[in-house]
Write a protein that binds this ligand. Structure first.
Ligand SMILES: Nc1ncnc2c1ncn2[C@@H]1O[C@H](COP(=O)(O)OP(=O)(O)OP(=O)(O)O)[C@@H](O)[C@H]1O
Ligand SMILES: [Mg+2]
Length: 507
C-alpha cells in the first residue's frame, strides 16, 4: 500500500472528526451524483419530448401547405413542374422554420426532369436514414419521424412523408430539424446542476465537520481532564454550563473525580496512619529492645556457668533478640522510605573497591556455607557518584541471599560499564551483578521477589531465615539513586541480580 494511502487511513483511524468528514464527503458525493444523473435524464427527456411534439405539429402544417400548393398547381411541362417543386421546397422551409428540406423523386415521378431531386443547400440525400425512407415509401400518406445526428454531434429529428403532384407523380418530402438549442439548454442546466452539487457537497462536508467538532469538543475536554487526573492532578473538574448531554458527561466525570479524590485521600490518610504507626512502634521498641539485648548479652556471655537447659535458652534468646533488632532496624528504614525522608549523600566512589570490601566482609559466611566468592572487576576503575553506605548495604543483601540460596556453589560478582536511560536520556552507568548457581526462582516467584516480607520458602519457620525485607530495601536504595535492579533466574540453575546505577548523580 502506498505511504500516502497508509497515512490517510491512519489519520482516519485516529480521528473521529476526520472519519465523520470523510463519511459525509462520500455520502454527499454519492447523493449529488445520483440526483445529478436523475435530473439530467428527466430534463433531457422533457426537452426532447417537447421539441419532438413541436416538430411534428409544425411538420403537419408544412406538409399540408406543400400538398395544397401541389393540388392547386396546373403545371404540365418539365419547366413549370420544376418551378412548382422549387416553390414547394420554399413553402416547406418557410412553414417548418427549418432550412433543411429535401424533395426526392420516386419511381412514380413523371416527366423528363423526374429524376431531379431538390434539396436545401445544407442537406444531402444520403443523410436521410434508409429506414425512414423505407417507412415513407411503404405508407405514402403518413408522416414519419426518426432521431438523427447532424454532423456527428448535434442531435436532430428527421420527418418524412410523400407528396403527389397531380401531373408529376409522387415525391418524397423530408424536413430535418436541429435540436441544437435544446442541446445548449441541457448543457447549461447540467453546468448549473454541477455547480449546485459541488456547493451542496462542500456545504454538507463543512456542516458535518463543524457539528462533529462541536460534539467532540466536550469529549476532548473530558479526555484531557481524565489524562490530567490520571497524572495525579486530583482537582481536575469540568465546567457545567448548559443543559445538554455534554453537561451530563461533565457531571458524570466530576462525580467520578470526586469519588476518586475522596477515596485516594482516604487511602492516603490510612497509609500515613499506618506508616506513622509502624514508625512510632519501631521507635518505641528500640529502647526496650536495646535494653533486652544488653541483658541477653550478659546472660549469653555467662552461659558457660549456667545449667545446660538454661544455657540453651540463653543462646536462643541471644539469636532471636539479634533477629528482632535487625527486623526493627529494617522496619525503621522502610518507614523512612515511605515517609520520603530517606536521602542519598552521593560521593565519588570506586565501585570495584566498594564491592571488594563487601565481598571480604561476606567471606566468613560464604566459607561457612562452603561456597567460593569470585569478583570480576575491569582494568579501569568504575567511579560513580553514589551513597556508598546504601549501595554497600544493597550489595551485601544480594550477596547474603546468593550465599543463603546458592547451595554451596561458586558465586560470582561482576562490576562493569553499562548504560542507563533516564527521562529519555542515555547515561553512563555502572552495573554490579551477583550471580549464583543455587536454587533459583520460578517465573511467578520472580514477580514477588521485591515485595515486602515475601519469601519463596513459606514453609520455613518464621524463626529462621530473613524477614523478607532485604530486597525491598535494596530496591528502594537503588531507586533513590535513579538506578534499576533486575533479576534473571532459572529454577535449579541459579539467579543473577544486577544493580545498574548512573555514574553521575541525578538531581
Ligand atoms: N539469589 C537468590 N536465589 C534464590 N532465591 C532468592 C535469592 N534471593 C532472594 N531469594 C528469595 O527471595 C526472598 C526475599 O528475599 P529478601 O532478601 O527480600 O528477604 P530474605 O532474604 O528472606 O530476608 P532479609 O533479606 O530481610 O533478611 C528470599 O526469602 C528468597 O526466597
Ligand atoms: Mg535477603
Amino acid at each position: 500500500m502506498p505511504r500516502a494511502v497508509r497515512s490517510v487511513l491512519q489519520w482516519l483511524r485516529r480521528s473521529l472528526l476526520a472519519r465523520a468528514t470523510a463519511v459525509s464527503l462520500v455520502l454527499s458525493l454519492t447523493v449529488s451524483v445520483i440526483v445529478f444523473g436523475l435530473l439530467t435524464l428527466r430534463i433531457a427527456s422533457q426537452l426532447y419530448d417537447a421539441r419532438r411534439d413541436n416538430v411534428l405539429a409544425v411538420s403537419t402544417t408544412a406538409v399540408s401547405d406543400v400538398k395544397s400548393l401541389a393540388l392547386a398547381s396546373t403545371a404540365q411541362d418539365d419547366q413549370t413542374l420544376q418551378v412548382l417543386k422549387a416553390s414547394m421546397l420554399r413553402a416547406a422551409e418557410a412553414t417548418s422554420g427549418s432550412q433543411e428540406v429535401a424533395l426526392l423523386h420516386t419511381a412514380d415521378s413523371v416527366g423528363d426532369l423526374a429524376g431531379t431531386d431538390l434539396i436545401s443547400a445544407t442537406l444531402e440525400a444520403d443523410q436521410i436514414p434508409d429506414r425512414l425512407r423505407e417507412q415513407v415509401r411503404a405508407a405514402p400518406d403518413s408522416i414519419y419521424w426518426q432521431p438523427v445526428s447532424i454532423g456527428g454531434e448535434t442531435p436532430g429529428i428527421m420527418v418524412g412523408t410523400t407528396v403527389s403532384l397531380p401531373l408529376g407523380g409522387d415525391y418524397e418530402l423530408y424536413i430535418r430539424y436541429s435540436l441544437e438549442a435544446e442541446q445548449q439548454t441541457l448543457s447549461f442546466v447540467q453546468w448549473m446542476l454541477s455547480i449546485g452539487a459541488a456547493v451542496l457537497t462542500l456545504a454538507s462536508v463543512a456542516i458535518t465537520a463543524a457539528s462533529a467538532a462541536a460534539i467532540l469538543q466536550p469529549i476532548r475536554r473530558t479526555a484531557e481532564a481524565s489524562r490530567r487526573l490520571a497524572a495525579g492532578d486530583l482537582g481536575q473538574r469540568l465546567p457545567q454550563t448548559g443543559a445538554d448531554e455534554a453537561v451530563d458527561l461533565g457531571s458524570s466525570f466530576n462525580i467520578m473525580a470526586d469519588a476518586l479524590e475522596s477515596r485516594i485521600t482516604e487511602l492516603k490518610t490510612l497509609s500515613t496512619v499506618q506508616q506513622r504507626f509502624v514508625s512510632d512502634v519501631s521507635h518505641e521498641l528500640r529502647t526496650p529492645v536495646t535494653t533486652i539485648r544488653l541483658a541477653a548479652d550478659v546472660v549469653y556471655d555467662s552461659r558457660a556457668e549456667l545449667p545446660p537447659r538454661a544455657a540453651r535458652s540463653a543462646e536462643i534468646l541471644h539469636a532471636q533478640v539479634e533477629r528482632f533488632e535487625v527486623l526493627l532496624s529494617d522496619l525503621l528504614e522502610m518507614s523512612r522510605f515511605d515517609a520520603g525522608v530517606a536521602g542519598v549523600h552521593p560521593e565519588l566512589t570506586d565501585v570495584g573497591q566498594l564491592v571488594l570490601g563487601v565481598v571480604d566482609g561476606a567471606r566468613m559466611l560464604a566459607d561457612d556455607r562452603g561456597c567460593s566468592l569470585d569478583v570480576e572487576i575491569g582494568q579501569t576503575p568504575e567511579i560513580a557518584e553514589i551513597d556508598a553506605g546504601r549501595i554497600a548495604r544493597a550489595v551485601r543483601n544480594l550477596l547474603a541471599n546468593a550465599i543463603e540460596h546458592g547451595q554451596g556453589r561458586p558465586i560470582r560478582v561482576q562490576v562493569s560499564d553499562a548504560q542507563l536511560t533516564i527521562d529519555g536520556l542515555a547515561r553512563a552507568a555502572v552495573s554490579i551483578s551477583v550471580i549464583d548457581q543455587g536454587v533459583g526462582l520460578a517465573p511467578d516467584q520472580l514477580t514477588h521477589v521485591f515485595d515486602r516480607f515475601w519469601r519463596a520458602d513459606t514453609s520455613r519457620q518464621r524463626t529462621l531465615g530473613g524477614t523478607g525485607l532485604g530486597l525491598a530495601i535494596t530496591r528502594e536504595d537503588v531507586q533513590l539513586h535513579h538506578g534499576i535492579i533486575t533479576v534473571e533466574s532459572t529454577p535449579g540453575e541459579g539467579s543473577t541480580f544486577a544493580i545498574i546505577l548512573p555514574k553521575e548523580a541525578v538531581a
